[in-house]
Every structure is written in C-alpha cells, then in structure tokens.
Design a protein around this ligand. Structure first.
Ligand SMILES: [Zn+2]
Ligand SMILES: [Zn+2]
Length: 325
C-alpha cells in the first residue's frame, strides 16, 4: 500500500511490532499491552500500559502505574541518566505530553533508536518541556498526523475558553469541562485555578492530581465533587466517561465543553457536548514534522495514529512505514 517506502533490512530487523515494540534479541519491550518480563512505559495513559514483571520508567509514571495498575518491580530512571541494560545503553528524556512522560533513547550495536511515546511540543504548566535528541531509527506516534490537524495558539484558545466560562457563569449556569482524567484534567485545573476560578473536580481527576502535588506541582482553588448543590459560581471538571452518568445529568443549567485536539475534526467527536475547544496534549501535524526534523532519523516507524502520515514523511524524503494496528 505504501509503495514509496524502501525497506532497509538492517533497521527492519532491529525491532518487531506485536501489540507493542520489541527490541530484537533483547528482553526489552516498549509500551507493550501484553504482559512482558521487561517493559519501558512512556507514560501512564491506559493505552500504553500492560501488566509487566519489571517496568522501566520515570518516577511520576511509576507512581501513576501503581495507582492505575498495581505495584511491580520498577527501575526508576531520572531524565538524561544513562543506564546499562543487557548490552544496551538506555536513557529517558522528556516527551512534553504529561507529567512524567518520557521518550527513550536506546544505543544498541552503534545504532541510536528513539521511541517517542506520545509527544507535545507546546510547553504546558504540568508537564516537563519536551527535549530532542538525534537518532538513526525513530519510532513515533502520529495521533494528529494529517494536515487538517493544526492547533491554534495555546494562549488564544485559553483566553477564548475563559471568555466562554465567564459568559456561562454570568448567565447563572454551570460550566462543565470535559477532559481526560490524567494529564488534561490536571493541566486545565492548573490553568484555571491559577487564574482564580473555583474548581470542582470529579474524584478521578482529584485523586490523580494528588500525585502532581507530590511531585511539586501545586494547585489552587479546587475541591472534590460531592453533590450537584455545591456548584454555584464554580467550574466543574469531569472525565469523558461520566458525562452521560446521572451524577452529571442531575446538574441543572449546565453547559458542557470538551477540551480535545479532535475539535479540528468534529466528525470524530462522539461525546454529547455543547462546545469543543482545541486544547490538546499532543503535537499537531506541523509539530510532528518539526519533531522529525529535530531527530533527523534515517528510518521512521509510526506506531499509532494516522497511517497516512508515512506518506507525508516519504514525500519530504524520509523512509517511513506504519507499524501500528
Ligand atoms: Zn498519551
Ligand atoms: Zn497514546
């Protein structure tokens, strides 16, 4: 299907893809969904987690893993701290996607392999700023790997969102923001709390936020959601999976606002919400290309997102193929 791709057998034989990435000839897996002896976890979103004997990850991700999965053998690595594993040297460095999110650089047989996990280039308030390193092989995400996904300036989006919230509050209604329970939920809590809004958080967002506090990120003006009678003049923040629940249905005079990169493509939005704002934890199309230029790899494998992203990469001279399902 991707006729422009020329196979490079040397690189192709170094990795295998099967519900996660395997570094051939080693015990090391990257973001495997199936149980493995040894797995690097890029960040704590559920679609990157499996139940493994030993995990290699950053300190915050190890804490989230324990909250979301279970306690397991953990090799915690600081960013930019080289570590020898079997015959490889590995190193984690920030991915910018959420607190603790990491890319991994693997040096094996004089080849540099980077796996990106999920990345965000725009600096947020609750994630470490992304760093770039050079690699021969780049294994990357392409969630928004299509030119229709170009996110507006972050400050512009935040200002428009605040205007909308002010209008809703002024009309005596309740703004209910819908954001993923880990990452987006805390980022918007930080943004709005710092601006002086009083926040009421769904318990999942509230509980995971405590791990942010443990890691030195402090939040203002927030409390846990207990009943629909406590919401006057406040901003409610909930994860997508509860918006059809009775707890949320019972909120009178509410206006729901989804925060998602999919705002650029409303066909993709299945949640019944009043408004959508394009606030994303991912790189947009141009940022994905900018990221590739920074890494400057000889070979690219795209693991998840838009399979056609490899066509755009081929067009600008990269050898790229799609690995994901
Ligand atoms: Zn993610
Ligand atoms: Zn992901």
């Amino acid at each position: 299907m991707y006729h422009k791709v020329r196979k490079d057998e040397k690189y192709d034989s170094m990795i295998e893809y099967k519900n996660g990435i395997h570094i051939s000839g080693t015990n090391l897996w990257l973001d495997s969904r199936d149980p493995q002896d040894m797995c690097f976890i890029s960040h704590a979103h559920i679609d990157h987690l499996g139940s493994h004997s030993t995990i290699i990850t950053s300190r915050p991700t190890a804490q989230f893993y324990e909250q979301r999965m279970r306690r397991t053998n953990t090799i915690v690595l600081d960013y930019n701290q080289p570590y020898t594993l079997e015959k490889m040297e590995i190193e984690l460095f920030p991915a910018g996607h959420m607190l603790g999110s990491a890319q991994i650089l693997i040096k094996k047989d004089s080849t540099r392999i980077i796996y990106s996990g999920d990345i965000k280039l725009k600096k947020g308030l609750t994630a470490e700023e992304i760093e770039f390193k050079k690699a021969d092989i780049l294994i990357m995400e392409a969630t928004y790997g299509n030119p229709k996904y170009l996110f507006p300036d972050r400050m512009v989006v935040i200002n428009q969102l605040c205007d909308e919230i002010d209008e809703i509050l002024h009309a005596g209604s309740v703004p209910v923001l819908v954001a993923y329970s880990l990452g987006k939920g805390q980022e918007i809590s930080k943004i709005l709390g710092d601006k002086g809004y009083t926040l009421v958080l769904h318990n999942t967002i509230f509980d995971l936020l405590q791990t942010y506090e443990t890691n030195g990120i402090s939040f203002l003006n927030y409390e846990k959601y207990t009943s629909a009678t406590m919401l006057a003049e406040k901003v409610v923040i909930v994860p997508p999976y509860v918006i059809t629940s009775n707890k949320i249905k019972n909120i009178q005079r509410k206006k729901t606002i989804l925060l998602s990169g999919w705002a650029c493509d409303t066909d993709k939005i299945k949640d019944p919400v009043d408004r959508v704002f394009p606030l994303s934890d991912h790189a947009d199309f141009n940022e994905l290309l900018e990221y590739v230029r920074q890494v400057n790899p000889k070979r690219i494998y795209v693991t998840h997102g838009d399979p056609h992203f490899v066509d755009y990469l081929s067009r600008i001279g990269y050898e790229a193929s799609f690995l994901g399902s």
